[in-house]
Write a protein that binds this ligand. Sequence first.
Ligand SMILES: Nc1ncnc2c1ncn2[C@@H]1O[C@H](COP(=O)(O)OP(=O)(O)OP(=O)(O)O)[C@@H](O)[C@H]1O
Ligand SMILES: [Mg+2]
Length: 259
Amino acid sequence: MSKRIDVSDLNIYYGDFLAVEGVSMAIEPRSVTAFIGPSGCGKSTFLRSLNRMHEVIPGARVEGKVVMDGQDLYGSDVDPVDVRRTVGMVFQRPNPFPTMSIAENVLAGARLNSKRMRKSEADDLVESSLQGANLWNEVKDRLDRPGAGLSGGQQQRLCIARAIAVKPDVLLMDEPCSALDPISTLAIEDLIQKLKSDYTIVIVTHNMQQASRVSDATAFFNIAGTGKPGKLIEMADTATIFSNPTQKATEDYVSGRFG
Ligand SMILES: Nc1ncnc2c1ncn2[C@@H]1O[C@H](COP(=O)(O)OP(=O)(O)OP(=O)(O)O)[C@@H](O)[C@H]1O
Ligand SMILES: [Mg+2]
């Protein structure tokens, strides 16, 4: 559980378009790493390269290395489906399966992976995953009702429960709170704090307060202009990025002077 990721010299393409260029970084286990930067600089693209979701787009490819606890995720012997099981993902818009029950939503990913589960096993996994996502108390009396009947913040926590039910080592979250109200946002931030003792967490956010509240390390990406590749400008512990960055562009961005 909770693995270290080392990225070296990663270039990420959509066909001929180089969207992200030359990224090297280390992502520490049992910590939260935030990706920040202006729209279009490649945060989501880079995030998706960490669990081999990028290549599902026709023509999309990467060059370089992503190594997780010593294993090259792009090695020829590696099955991308295994990578996606180990490195889970939560998206911007909560996307529960609307007609499936709350319990079946939690089990959806796990059922794809495992042989048949006994009912008691499935019940335990539903409870522990919903507990882990801080949602159990709110839904324990309506586990057989549709997932679509929950509030937006509850649906996002349901998606987190679905992701952790697969027992990943790493959780990638792409702007997980951008569709949520402030109270639900704080609930997700509390949850992220709790989850980091068990997982490596990477979160993309446009909310500077959120990055400074939840993350241990922050990576600032930028883009020189339309059609140019996004690049990692600087990465350091979050306090340093927000109070004493080395690059002027970082300082301008975190102080709200651009982007
Ligand atoms: N499926 C795709 N096909 C072709 N180009 C794409 C695709 N997805 C993203 N891009 C391009 O890659 C670049 C980086 O996009 P990306 O979505 O990673 O940026 P981002 O930093 O996540 O932006 P935002 O903050 O708006 O979410 C952009 O130029 C974008 O137009
Ligand atoms: Mg994005």
